[in-house]
Design a protein around this ligand. Structure first.
Ligand code: BDP
Length: 710
């Protein structure tokens, strides 16, 4: 008998491992908890659910709990109004009599609109677990937090957690086009089916909203920053309203991008001049119409006078003129305007890294109260590593939104494994010294530094219609991590990775430890084999995939970004060059400007470094550069080996998918390394350092490799 049970148990475990998982459930898999002690603890503490109120958000919180507990604990939680029962989970706001009874009003007051606490309390003669918040959405966030604790196998016996999001607007930016394609999207088509909206509410919209709510993302810009004015027509507003209805219970507000020339294109006006009375009226009426269909509409995101998009500059008006006209239309309805700071002119001899600062910094104080300005993390364009954007800290009167990019446009698409938690951390913890030491970007964007009422953070989404949402199974971690860092810019990238791995794959330490290590090193590895030491924008011009430091056409010359010549490599942004260092506060300005003190990982961003320059290690710059490329490739090999060793610990489906992707990443890391090293060698004319094997082919071969699959 015993043997049979053992055998059955073995078969079950085996089935779980080989059972293919397609990744659709993301980190909300709610895997059955097999640890008997833990399961007993959870079961006894969560025997019954007390919910004293009703609303769409409370309903989805309850549904999530019931579904999750059924899956994890194989039990039905019973709903009751009786709080005097051991093992109660009491959830709600003060509107619930069960919560009101607990005299928590004072503590709740400090939690704001979205905060929550989870606490073990005495209720009558018994202890109970309470999830309380001021608003229903806080309750839902609390429920997801409790489920996260359970999915990561934490004890909930005596629990005291209080969470308040540090940033108000935590928004995904979808670069989705109305025709279903996604700009820089690598995981299928758009999940929004505009053709079938408003009639069909795909189950996927709901699961999207659940995933967002589970990490606290509370907004979604549905369409591309390269906007189509059609999305503001009545027809599309009705479709958008249907999506807004679907996302609302999960606290996800809908935003749209607004094409600056919409008054002309869909309004029939002769101009889109933001100071023209008719244009002002048009935007005001349009905003009223939007709010008629979507009463809690978040606002607009605008890309103007950037990469050919229309904007106020077309009428010799400033960005502030343009932004304020649209912002004033939104203001009476409570909407905000997010105005992007990604502007540059593609002009020879002018340093692109300086342009956004030059254009926007003088406008500080000129924007209306409901305008947020949205720069990317660096002044060029989502590069694997950039110096941080100097606008952070330099516009104290303007709330700044940090724009991250989850879709891996410059990071190997959905093919390379790159965990971005490390990148989020690097930029958010960067000290700007704007108001002395400790003026981190996190404090700038949370509004803490200047006490702004508005604050925001944006992530360009990496999801699409692929069954697992993000293409690469590990790219899901970037969506998850974005939510966590948006909620708390002080988050720890290692802890975030830890929780994500546990929920997405396994709590088994033998899996968790090596896989977490692999994730935490992955961003630096990609930097090493693509753009070490502050190199940037040397990727294939058209695709942004694979190396292209040699690319040159009449409009674009990769050389402008690396300046390789017989003397050395890198762009001089010190006083002898473009002087971009002057856009940073002291002591950074000095330390960036000095070849001896600049961080090595930004060396070539700020300096033109002679090939023979002696590095702190005592070795030459040329040798170190090359070795960095070789290190990157070696690290991908290590990632492959680490992954091979965890075979059998998770389902074969996802295991094999990641294995194949890592193999491709390895091949492409070599392509990057060999192409770049040989290209730079054609300027340095130096030998490869000892231990670095000569690339298998000539430079001409690497130059001719087409984008894989095209
Ligand atoms: C660049 C992308 C381009 C975007 C642009 C933007 O290549 O497709 O439209 O950024 O952010 O990185 O507006």
């Amino acid at each position: 008998m015993g043997k049979r049970i053992l055998l059955m148990g073995f078969c079950l475990v085996f089935l779980c491992i080989v059972r293919g998982e397609n990744g659709y459930d993301l980190w909300l898999r709610y895997e059955k908890i097999n640890d008997v002690t833990l399961r007993t603890q959870y079961r006894s503490l969560l025997a019954q659910l007390v919910v004293g109120q009703q609303s769409p958000t409370i309903k989805v919180a309850k549904d999530e709990l019931k579904m999750a507990l059924q899956k994890m604990l194989q039990m039905q939680i019973t709903e009751t109004s009786n709080t005097g029962f051991p093992g109660s989970l009491i959830i709600g706001t003060l509107a619930s009599p069960a919560i009101a009874k607990l005299s928590l009003a004072k503590e709740l007051a400090a939690l704001g609109e979205e905060g929550f606490f989870i606490r073990t309390v005495s209720a009558g003669n018994h202890t109970a677990t309470v999830i309380a918040a001021n608003k229903d959405i806080g309750v839902l966030y609390g429920v997801f937090r409790l489920l996260e604790l359970m999915q990561t196998h934490q004890s909930i016996v005596s629990i005291a957690i209080k969470e308040i999001p540090q940033v108000k607007l935590r928004v995904l930016n979808h670069w989705d086009n109305l025709n279903g394609t996604i700009e820089r999207g690598y995981a299928g088509g758009s999940i929004w089916n505009w053709q079938q909206l408003p009639g069909i509410i795909d189950r996927r919209y709901i699961d999207y909203a659940r995933a967002n709510a589970s990490v606290g993302i509370n907004g979604a810009v549905l369409n591309n920053v390269n906007a189509n004015a059609k999305s503001l027509t009545k027809e599309y507003l009705i479709k958008t309203a249907a999506l807004a209805d679907a996302l609302r219970p999960y606290g996800v507000k809908v935003y749209l991008t607004a094409r600056f020339s919409a008054p002309k294109e869909i309004g029939g006006l002769k101009t889109a001049d933001p100071l023209d009375a008719e244009v002002i009226k048009w935007w005001a009426n349009k905003a009223t119409e939007v709010y008629h269909y979507i009463p809690d509409f978040g606002g607009f995101l605008v890309k103007a006078n950037s990469e050919g998009q229309p904007g106020p500059g077309d009428y010799k008006r400033t960005h502030a003129d343009g932004a304020n006209t649209i912002a004033r239309a939104l203001a009476p309805h409570g909407g905000v305007l997010m105005w992007r700071a990604f502007v540059y002119e593609n002009k020879k001899g002018s340093d692109r890294a300086k342009q956004a600062y030059n254009e926007f910094q003088p406008l500080d104080g000129k924007f209306d109260k409901n305008v947020l300005l949205q720069p990317k993390y660096g002044p060029i364009d989502f590069q694997p590593r950039e110096a941080y954007h100097p606008l952070f800290g330099a516009m104290p009167k303007t709330p700044l939104v940090m724009e991250f990019q989850l879709t891996q446009e410059y990071f190997g698409f959905a093919t390379h494994l790159v965990y971005l938690g490390s990148l989020f951390k690097e930029y958010l913890q960067q000290d700007t010294y704007a108001k002395g030491e400790g003026s981190t970007i996190a404090k700038v964007i949370s509004g803490e530094l200047e006490e702004h009422a508005l604050s925001g953070i944006a992530g360009v989404s990496n999801m699409g219609s692929d069954v697992n949402w993000t293409g690469h199974p590990f790219a899901q971690s970037n969506w998850y991590a974005f939510g966590k860092f948006a909620w708390n810019p002080g988050a720890d990238e290692s802890e975030v990775a830890d929780n994500w791995v546990r929920m997405t794959f396994s709590n088994d330490q033998h899996f968790l430890r090596p896989v977490k290590k692999l994730m935490l090193g992955s961003r630096e590895t990609a930097v090493d084999y693509m753009t070490p030491m502050g190199l940037n924008h040397i990727m294939n011009f058209a695709t942004h995939y694979g190396p292209g430091p040699w690319y040159k056409d009449p409009n674009w010359d990769a050389w402008d970004y690396h300046h390789a010549d017989s003397v050395g490599l890198g762009v001089d942004r010190t006083a002898t060059g473009s002087n971009a260092i002057a856009q940073y506060y002291q002591p950074l300005s000095d330390s960036f400007g000095n070849i001896k003190t600049v961080p090595i990982n930004l060396l070539l961003w700020f300096h033109h470094v002679p090939w023979d320059h002696i590095m702190p290690s005592g070795d030459s710059f040329w040798n170190e550069l090359v070795m960095q490329y070789y290190k990157g490739v070696a690290e991908v090999k290590e990632m492959q080996l680490a992954w091979d060793r965890v075979e059998g610990m998770i389902d074969q489906n996802r295991f094999q998918q990641v294995k194949h992707l890592l193999t491709q990443q390895g091949r492409e890391a070599e392509w990057w390394r060999d192409g770049c090293v040989l290209y730079f060698q054609s300027f340095s004319h130096k030998k490869l350092p000892a231990g670095c094997a000569r690339p298998a082919h000539l430079l001409s071969y690497y130059k001719s490799i087409p984008f894989p699959g095209y």
